[in-house]
Write a new protein. Sequence first.
Length: 419
Amino acid sequence: MPFKRSVVIPAFILLLVLFVSSSVFGAERERIRVLLIGHVVRSYNPVTTFLDPDPSVTYNIVPTSESNAIPLSDEEAKRYIKQYFPRDYEGLARYDFIMFSIPYIVPLTAKQISWLIGSVRNGDCSALTDQGGLRMDIEYAKFWVACGMSDLFANDAEKVLQSGKVIYSNGRYHLQVVRDSPHQVLGPLIPLGIEKIPALGLFYSYPKEGASVLAEADGSFPQFPGAPRRSPWLMYYKYGEGSTWTLCDNFVNPFWCGMYYGEVKGDLQTDVLMNIIWHSAGWSLPEDAFLVHKMRVEFKRYIDKRSMQVSLLEFVDRLGARVAPVESVLARADAAKAEAEDLYLRQDYQASSAQLSEAFELLERAGELALAEKKRTLMWIYVTEWLVVSATLMVCGVIAYTLMVRRRFYHEVSTTRIG
């Protein structure tokens, strides 16, 4: 039975290879799917830049606000929602994590809001909101409560609204991590200096019964008499079969970015957000927080550096230079980076770091080739321009000499007299 043997033996070998490779290297984990809703456009809110450096997540955005968190017009918001919001509950349940950033959900239909609530209650998704789920608009805060979204999160929005306004402080503070809090995701970041990073801006919140306060802002409400010295910064809450996180800060404040208020002092933004997402997805937090932090910093540096190289390549291409060799090296760099991401997902961080170093070397090589092509092309442009200018000058000089000095085309004429 030669035919059977030729089919069965390779199949057996293939299965053996797959088994050995998965045992040795570890099976690659599926990426965590994240849905972002609200003020999530990158040019106005950097939340996606905190997700980009970590290969373990992939995300889609549903914008409902634009510059300065101003709600989009009904027509624009509904167009984005129609394009990017899942068409049914099953589509929403395929996401692992939902983020509401500077949340604005008025354009969503009642059915879509019920899907969002149900996806957490049924344990299909976890969720996070910043600003305690509120906005400075008191009418929107009332809508957040009335539609049932506040039920999902740890902040008791009804108590907040009893004061007649959404309380916000622009005071400066430092974080204090609550060491013994359950579901603590910030503890591994204490040695990395999370409590030393200066922050500014906080929404006042009331923790519900059963909520876990994971970190507090120390001295954030000095202008409010009677306010406690410490206020919740991050809270965890169990809702039905699912769980939620309430960030009382927001992603445009100085702990996270310097978009509006100046320079940021720390670089743990991705680590904070990813520890929350990993815990929600059932992933173990990294044993070596510093090594994983370093990897995320390197992935971010690759993204930034590649963006600069692509800009240089586009400039060189517009000059008419040969870009095929540069594109080839850039493709190899991206392939090396993709391999580093796969190793990262297998939690082989040492090998991932080595592979990423190779990607950086190729990226440097691509930049050197692009600069060489730029210099070569600009040299020929300058030579051509110099020849054109020189030739024009020579022609003009010959004409001027012929007409004005030698006067070869001039001759005397007789004088005409009248009478």
